[in-house]
Write a protein that binds this ligand. Structure first.
Ligand code: AQP
Length: 331
């Protein structure tokens, strides 16, 4: 049987990158597989979080999942911290993960930067928690972007190591699910950096909370270059900001990048930005409105997350019991 696991950190308002690169794809996946869509708050605290903001972002993320079309009748939505299997298994797996494997993880090097010695252990162990997220549920498929491929490879290595050590198949080896239609969205202020919740520049992203005026303003302020829009893909290689805005247009309109290049070839940016704004507002405003409706009843959102957590805990329980038994704990 197949099972998909994926998640987003409640580290701020979800943005167009989270939507086009992840949630929009999940909506399609839920018709093909049973899916767990987690709000990975334990991952979020690997970077300092203000408690009230973390809790609010958790509700916002649940509302965003629902507003974008994740159906709680088909898929399980829950916050990671409500299911203790994540942290329990992370500890157990950490005892089978050589430091050398973690030393090779590029995301830790990027996030810790020069202050490596002051980085917290949780940030270093982040990939072990991610392995636990996946392996606790015997997930068969994990949708991954470029930046998470290395972590999934590590999860596969840890699963293999534990299975071999105990000479039994305690864990399914998960496969990456490469989604050909998932777009990688870049910052609106710098086309070489990915759009990110934690980018200090507010105008670097469009969030799912933005109303029509805010979407318009953010697109107006998006960085461009002084030339008309490119006429072919080769030109795009050197014009990263143009490439990003055209990619966003293509993803929101459900058309290919080639078709969108042809449509706008040689046009001034001002005219293109107006069309892009209309498209983004038409696509995102209904999501923003639905999000506000879901956030208007936090009691119901809370109940939904508790129900999701209960279902997730029940799926993980047999795996945790088998692992505890195999490791020699009194059960
Ligand atoms: N810019 C992006 N383009 C396409 N996909 C993206 N994702 C994130 N940014 C983009 C996808 O969203 C999912 C969850 O991401 P996350 O929030 O758990 O972590 P992240 O990738 O680190 O996202 P952020 O916004 O950059 O968060 P912060 O600022 O907190 O680190 C993943 O599937 C990811 O590929």
């Amino acid at each position: 049987m197949s099972l998909v696991f994926s998640g987003i950190q409640p580290t701020g308002h979800l943005h167009l990158g989270n939507y086009l690169g992840a949630i929009q794809q999940w909506v399609k996946l839920q018709d093909q597989h049973p899916c767990l869509f987690c709000i990975v708050d334990l991952h979020a605290i690997t970077v300092a979080q203000e408690p009230a903001a973390l809790r609010e972002a958790t509700y916002q993320t649940a509302a965003a999942y629902l507003a974008c079309g994740i159906d709680p009748e088909k898929s399980i939505i829950y916050p990671q911290s409500l299911v203790s299997a994540h942290s329990e298994l992370a500890w157990l797996l950490s005892c089978f993960t050589p430091m050398g494997w973690l030393n090779r993880m590029t995301q830790f090097k990027e996030k810790a930067g020069k202050a490596r010695d002051n980085a917290v252990l949780g940030l270093f162990a982040y990939p072990v928690l991610m392995a636990a997220d996946i392996l606790a549920f015997q997930a068969t498929h994990v949708p991954v972007g470029e930046d998470q491929k290395q972590h999934l490879e590590l999860a596969r290595d840890i699963a293999g190591a534990v299975n071999r050590h105990y000479n039994q198949e305690l864990f399914t080896i998960p496969e990456p699910l490469i989604l050909p239609t998932a777009a990688r969205i870049m910052s609106l202020r710098d086309g070489t950096k990915k759009m990110s919740k934690s980018d200090p520049s507010e105008y670097s992203r469009i969030t799912l909370n933005d109303d029509a005026d805010m979407i318009r303003l953010r697109i107006q302020k998006a960085k461009t270059d002084p030339y008309p829009l490119p006429v072919n893909k080769v030109e795009l290689e050197l014009r990263v900001e143009a490439a990003n805005l055209l990619t966003i247009y293509a993803a929101l309109s459900g058309r290919t990048l080639d078709a969108v290049i042809v449509q706008f070839a040689g046009m001034p940016f001002a005219a293109f930005k107006k069309d892009l704004t209309d498209l983004a507002v038409a696509h995102l405003s209904p999501i923003q409105q639905r999000m506000q409706e879901f956030l208007g009843d936090k009691g119901e959102l809370h109940r939904l997350m508790l129900r999701g957590a209960e279902k997730a805990a029940a799926i993980a329980a047999p795996t945790i019991a088998r692992v505890r038994n195999a490791m020699g704990f009194v059960v």
